[in-house]
Design a protein around this ligand. Sequence first.
Ligand SMILES: [Zn+2]
Length: 264
Amino acid sequence: MPEPHSGVLRDPSCVTLLLAYHCVLPSPPKDNVHILPTALFERQVALMAKAGIEIAPPDEYSAAPANGTHRVGITFDDGYLSDLQCAEVLARHGMRALFFIPTGTIGAPGFMSGPDIRKLARMGMRIGSHSHEHVPLESGNARYQAATSKQILGTLLGSPVEDFAFPGGVSSEQTIAAVHAAGYKRVYTLEWGVNDEANVQAGVYRRNCLVQGMTDAQFMDLVTAKNQVSRQALYKLKKAARRLLPHESYLRLQRWYCGLQKGA
Ligand SMILES: [Zn+2]
C-alpha cells in the first residue's frame, strides 16, 4: 500500500493541480485512451474524497490555499452527454467542476444540449469555452473561435464565460494572446504539471489528462503531485513524438505510454 495521501504538497508555490477528463462510457473502446470507463471515473472521485483531497471550486483556481496545501481542480473537455452523469457523481461528493464546451456541437448526437448545459450551471458547475468548431487554434482562426463561442455561451447562460480550453491542448504565444484579447481571463492547455503563482499571473493553466490504464496508486500520485519531474519529462517526450512521428506510429507510442503507465 502506498503512504496515506495527505494532499500536502512539498512545493509551497503550488496553487492548484488541474485534472482534464473527457468522455466516460461503461465499456470504452481501447483505441481512444481518453475515454475512461465510468466505473474508473467513479472510483477516482471516491479515492479523492476518501483521502480528503481538497477539491477547488472552479472560481477559486487562482486563489492560494491558506493552509499551504495544494488543491485539485476537475475539468472536462468536449461537452459529451456523459458530462451530466459525471456532474451528478461529483455533486454527491460536494465537488464542483469546470466543463469546456465546443459550441458547434451543442445538441448534436452524443453531446449536451443547451438545456443540459444550463442544468450543469444550476448544479453549481462552471462552464467554459472549448472553441466553436473544435479545431486547433492558429493565429488566423483564434479570435473567431474564441469570440464566437464566448458569444454563444454568454447568451445561453446569461452571464459571460471567462475560461477557455484549447482544442487538443494546442496553443502558442499568439493564440494565447488572441484568446485573452477576446475577453477570457483564464486559458487552459494540456501541458502536464502543477500551477503556481506564475500561472495565475499569466492566466495560463496546465492540466493533467486522465487516460485509460492508470492504476489507483498512479492516480493518487498524480493528485498529490508526486513524481512531477518525471511526469513532465514524459509529457515532453510524447509531445515531441506527436510532432515528429506519422499518426499511426504516434498512436502505437501512445498505447505503449499507457501500457507503461499501467506497468510502472
Ligand atoms: Zn477537445
